[in-house]
Design a protein around this ligand. Structure first.
Ligand SMILES: [Zn+2]
Length: 154
């Protein structure tokens, strides 16, 4: 029996799909998202071994791989500092918003890692080091966009 690949070059095509999906965010993700939805609080958790404060919270430490557990949760933010950003001008069906908007990595007060979220305006003042504050949406559904975005503080 011959293999067709012995006779024909096997090619691949790159593509993109948009597919609805549902997945469990688990205990750690649920605690984080419920606090956003019900209390307008941004929760983090602290690794019991190395002390790293994660937001969003993690089940395991990315630095020392310890099980973080549920004992040491704390509120961080709602203010922080932009450490990196990119302004999105090209519309795409998978983007969460109409363009333009910015993705930013925000070092929330009290956290040790960057938190990725969006800014909807203020491009003339947006730069690394600028302070921002979370602005919660009026209607919240237990998802990351319950924070409507971050606004630049003057
Ligand atoms: Zn750790």
């Amino acid at each position: 029996m011959s293999d067709w690949r012995d006779e024909v070059e096997a090619l691949t095509l790159k593509g993109q799909i948009k597919m609805p999906y549902t997945w469990s965010v688990g205990e750690t993700g649920s605690r984080f998202l419920v606090a956003l939805r019900d209390e307008q609080k941004i929760l983090a958790n602290r690794c019991p071994l190395c002390g790293t404060v994660y937001v969003p919270p993690r089940k395991n430490c990315g630095t020392c791989f310890a099980d973080i557990g549920t004992d040491d949760w704390l509120e961080v933010g709602p203010e922080g500092v932009v450490t990196a950003f990119t302004i999105i001008h090209q519309a795409h069906p998978l983007q969460p918003l109409a363009t333009p908007f910015a993705y930013a990595i925000i070092q929330l007060d009290g956290a040790d890692v960057g938190f990725v979220h969006i800014l909807k305006d203020g491009w003339d003042r947006l730069k690394n080091g600028v302070r921002v504050r979370a602005k919660f949406g009026i209607e919240r559904n237990g998802r990351i966009l319950d924070i409507d975005g971050f606004e630049i503080l003057t």
